[in-house]
Design a binder for this molecule. Structure first.
Ligand code: GCO
Length: 454
């Protein structure tokens, strides 16, 4: 056991997504994604930016992986951009896209870093959206073909596969309330999107396993939920929200059934489920990916709100630049709840956890050694690792941690306004400047791995 109570063999790394870092959106024959289209309406993005350049990782990946080596990261969670592989979402693979990801994966392997690949991190080819996107069941077939291409091309280089990223956020924010791409406001009827994303997940697992024995999992966002007050009404609303946010995606995957209570949310109808779907969705997994950022307090929604529940502010908790309450104990809580609800849950990896703090030179926070003193990120990191240590002590099998994220990047609808990086990205020059948290994380990894890491 190391300082944080993490077991031997526990792996450390960082997580990212193609759309947020690559840039070069018009290079290599890449097609348009729903995020390119969404960002074209400037009011959709807080700073009216797009991901056209982002971190320019497309050209600077070698430099970024050198940083990752310096960090001592053993595992690297990244995603492949579907529009680079199939610009229109269907048809033969684009050779430039394939070549790019071979170079990328090789660059990681050359440095002894395991590539953990997310197949779908929200960048649907716009051509598929034009044909109905995830509301259309045919998109699941397109995703199956795309998965086959990745499997056959990259199967011998990828250390672990993650099918879909945070279907709850893609469904809820992107399709129910229209505050992320593709910007649809389907409210409860966005359930069809959730179901198709989960079907895509299960279908992909089967396809990967046809020829590979590489570990496969899903990545879900989880948030422990508590009622805003002691009232019975708030307790009921919090329970319903918990079914919506956590159960809707964990339960079908881990038990083969949606929480029946979901039917109480206006617009959600289980009619879209066809015979055999739940069996596909609940195919056993090698690991379960948990993304944790913050807990949620739930109370009654204001009048004319589309759903009965609404998030309420926490009083007395510090918040990040995103306004997200910081509660490391929430990670222990949600892991405990998941383990209690789903005793059969496979080993867990924390596939994302991090915080937005703009502790840069403008704050005058240059400290000893010249590094940007992002003390709050260091505390966040240490406290969440300690929470994982407690979960492990309580008998929950957690095997790794991916910090979100290596570099400040394009934070979707927030544009470049939220800085999650262990490494600062200088906006004008794209220079990479490690913050103090980078050095602290490096130290943690070094001490956990021992003097002679292999
Ligand atoms: C995800 C994400 C990331 C975000 C991160 C910070 O996988 O959920 O949305 O892409 O950048 O969660 O918000």
């Amino acid at each position: 056991m190391n300082t944080f109570g993490l077991p031997p063999g526990f792996v450390f790394g960082t997580a990212t997504a193609a759309a947020q870092i690559e840039g070069a959106v018009h290079e290599g024959g890449r097609g348009e994604s729903i995020w390119d289209a969404y960002a074209r309406t400037h009011t959709n993005i807080l700073d009216a930016s797009s991901a056209a350049i982002a971190c320019d990782h497309y050209h600077r990946y070698a430099e970024d992986f050198d940083l990752l080596s310096m960090l001592g990261g053993q595992v690297y969670r990244m995603s492949i951009a579907w529009p680079r592989i199939q610009p229109l979402g269907r048809g033969p693979a684009k050779p430039e896209g394939i070549a790019f990801y071979h170079r990328l994966l090789d660059a990681l392997l050359d440095r002894g870093i395991e590539p953990w690949v997310t197949i779908y991190h929200w960048d649907l080819p716009q051509a598929l959206q034009d044909a109905g996107g995830w509301q259309n069941r045919d998109t699941v077939d397109a995703f199956a073909d795309y998965t086959r291409i990745l499997r056959d091309e990259f199967g011998d280089k990828v250390a672990a596969w993650m099918t879909v990223n945070e279907p709850v956020v893609h469904t809820g924010v992107g399709h129910a309330i229209g505050r992320a791409a593709p910007g649809l406001m389907l409210l409860g009827s966005a359930f069809v999107v959730a179901h198709h994303l989960l079907l895509a997940h299960g279908t992909a697992v089967r396809i990967l396993r046809e020829t590979l024995s590489t570990p496969v999992g899903i990545v879900n966002n989880h948030s422990p939920v508590e009622p805003a007050t002691g009232s019975e009404r708030d307790a009921g609303l919090a329970a319903l929200y918990d079914h919506y946010h956590n159960g809707q995606f964990a339960s079908p995957v881990l038990t083969g059934a949606y929480p029946p209570q979901l039917g109480e949310v206006a617009g959600i109808s289980f009619e879209v489920i066809r015979d055999g779907d739940m069996e596909i969705i609940s195919v056993p997994l090698d690991f379960y990916g948990v993304n944790y950022y913050f807990p949620t307090r739930v109370g009654a929604a204001p009048p004319f709100y589309p759903v009965p529940f609404a998030p309420k502010e926490y009083v007395g908790l510090p918040v990040t630049d995103f306004g997200w309450p910081v509660m490391p104990y929430g990670l222990l809580k949600i892991l405990t709840e998941l383990k209690t609800s789903y005793p059969q849950m496979p080993p867990v990896y924390i596939t994302e956890n991090g915080c937005a703090y703009d502790d840069g030179p403008q704050g005058g926070l240059q400290g000893p050694g010249g590094a940007l003193q992002d003390t709050r990120r260091i505390e966040f990191l240490e406290q969440h690792l300690a929470a994982i240590g407690e979960a492990v002590a309580a008998g929950i099998d957690v095997r790794g941690y991916f910090h979100w994220t290596l570099l400040d990047n394009w934070e979707w609808q927030e544009g470049y306004t939220k800085k999650f990086g262990l490494v600062r990205l200088e906006p004008a020059t794209l220079e990479r400047i490690p913050r103090a948290s980078f050095y602290r994380y490096a130290e943690i990894i070094r001490s956990a791995r021992g003097p002679n890491p292999t």
